[in-house]
Design a protein around this ligand. Structure first.
Ligand SMILES: C[S@@+](CC[C@H](N)C(=O)[O-])C[C@H]1O[C@@H](n2cnc3c(N)ncnc32)[C@H](O)[C@@H]1O
Length: 245
């Protein structure tokens, strides 16, 4: 099973694909101070839940970049059903192929997809270049809640060494001034993973005799979901102004 098929199966019940809540996404949106007329870019837009939420409230132009064909199609059909086609465009393909002009967006968002831009630091650089001076970026990102990671879980990922303060400080290294933060709770992580577990289990029940069952209902991954996510690993949306001039 390739990773596109894997995520399509285990994220089948997710409206948004991150350990957060509708209320927290609304709060992060408030911190972004969106106004009518703004241009917004969203990297890794998934099925477009947040984009549709924003476009229902504001007369804005939003571009979502999404590599997964099914997620992009789901987003497009819900955008059409909501009558928002004149406000939101979904561009299918790798985010790094996007050729939109620099300094041209009022808000650049990347909610849980910094890997699509080459990791957290590269994402901050890329996003700050696409945002106007005085514009806003919003990035949902993981960080280490507790250090060190237990050796049985350590994978060598960069975030395992980067605590909350270090994650926030990287913003200023890119000329980004933090003006809001929304952090995930254990309940947010549990909701996120419960949807994964249910989707995996339903797929296995619907597809008996398929060899993917072991990969989908994997005890080692469920242990990481329980013991690492939300405990050793935190997640937050950071909202920052692009420059002080
Ligand atoms: C954790 S999900 C977050 C989705 C969405 N932002 C949300 O909060 O629901 C990450 C998304 O990034 C997309 N993605 C992964 N690599 C990408 C890339 N190179 N370019 C564009 N999108 C990418 C995935 O398909 C997925 O929809």
């Amino acid at each position: 099973m390739n990773k596109f098929e894997f995520f399509e199966i285990i994220e089948r019940y997710h409206t948004f694909k991150n350990p957060t809540s509708e209320e927290k996404l609304d709060l992060a949106t408030d911190y972004c101070a969106i106004r009518d007329g703004m241009r917004i870019l969203d990297i890794g837009s998934g099925n477009g839940w947040l984009l549709r939420r924003i476009a229902r409230r504001f007369d804005v132009r939003i571009t979502g970049l999404e590599i997964h064909h099914t997620f992009a199609e789901q987003a497009r059909s819900m955008i059409a059903a909501d009558g928002l086609r004149d406000r939101i465009e979904i561009v299918l393909g790798p985010a790094l192929d996007f050729r939109g002009a620099e300094n041209s967006f009022d808000l650049v968002m990347c909610i849980g997809a910094s890997f699509a831009l080459g990791g957290y630091d590269n994402a901050l650089g890329w996003m700050s270049r696409r945002a106007k001076r005085g514009g806003t970026i919003a990035i949902g990102e993981v960080y280490a809640n507790r250090l060190p990671f237990p050796v049985e879980f350590a994978s060598g990922e960069e975030y395992e060494q980067r605590n909350l303060w270090m994650t926030a400080q990287r913003l200023s290294a890119h000329g980004l001034m933090m003006r809001g933060m929304v952090e995930s709770s254990i309940d947010d992580w549990n909701r996120y993973h419960s949807l994964h577990w249910r989707a995996a289990m339903d797929w296995v029940l619907e597809n008996p005799n398929r060899p993917e069952a072991a990969e989908l209902m994997n005890a080692a991954r469920q242990r990481m979901d329980l013991e690492v996510d939300g405990r050793y690993l935190g997640w937050a949306i950071f909202v920052a102004r692009n420059g002080m001039d």
